[in-house]
Ligand binder design. Structure first.
Ligand SMILES: [Zn+2]
Length: 163
């Protein structure tokens, strides 16, 4: 029994690879910001356990930014996402969302959970069966969560920073 449980755990490891340059870029954006920041993620699924992030897009005109929350503006980020996806030879696409937390930690809030679930159910989006949520806190905290359509709770992802 022990062995079965152990092997199940290993199969549930999820890894997110992020280029160091993208991490640095986003923490520089968060520096000194009085309100929460947000944006979208571009990348691709490499295999069952491994996901690769290529671009972190910052929404510089979000809706209602405050110390406690922010709403990403689809109209504002869409042209950036489109340009990157169209011009890439790689098979990348929109794969999720990110935002900063000013207080507390990088754990997802109930509101984060609800908005990610709503996003996954939105018929206007032709999403893959997963979405990634990254939560950052200046100067160096970062957490990533994998949301799957069939799973109620998101999975914690390990972050691999590529040079
Ligand atoms: Zn949050």
């Amino acid at each position: 029994m022990q062995r079965i449980r152990k092997s199940k755990k290993i199969s549930e490891r999820y890894i997110l690879c992020i280029p160091k340059s993208e991490i640095n870029k986003i923490f520089n954006i968060l520096k000194g910001k009085p309100n929460e920041s947000c944006g979208v993620l571009i990348g691709k699924k490499l295999n069952k356990q491994k996901y690769s992030l290529t671009n972190i897009i910052h929404d510089n005109k979000p809706i209602d930014p405050s110390k406690f929350g922010v709403t990403r503006n689809t109209k504002n980020v869409y042209p950036y996402v489109n340009a990157i996806v169209e011009n890439s030879e790689d098979d990348i696409d929109y794969i999720g969302e990110w935002h900063s937390h000013l207080n507390g930690n990088c754990n997802y809030s109930n509101i984060d959970l609800i908005s990610m679930r709503e996003l996954m159910r939105d018929p206007d989006y032709k999403f893959p069966v997963f979405l990634i949520l990254i939560i950052l806190k200046f100067p160096d905290q970062i957490k990533a969560y994998l949301f799957k359509k069939q799973a109620y709770q998101p999975k914690n992802m390990e972050i691999n920073i590529d040079n």
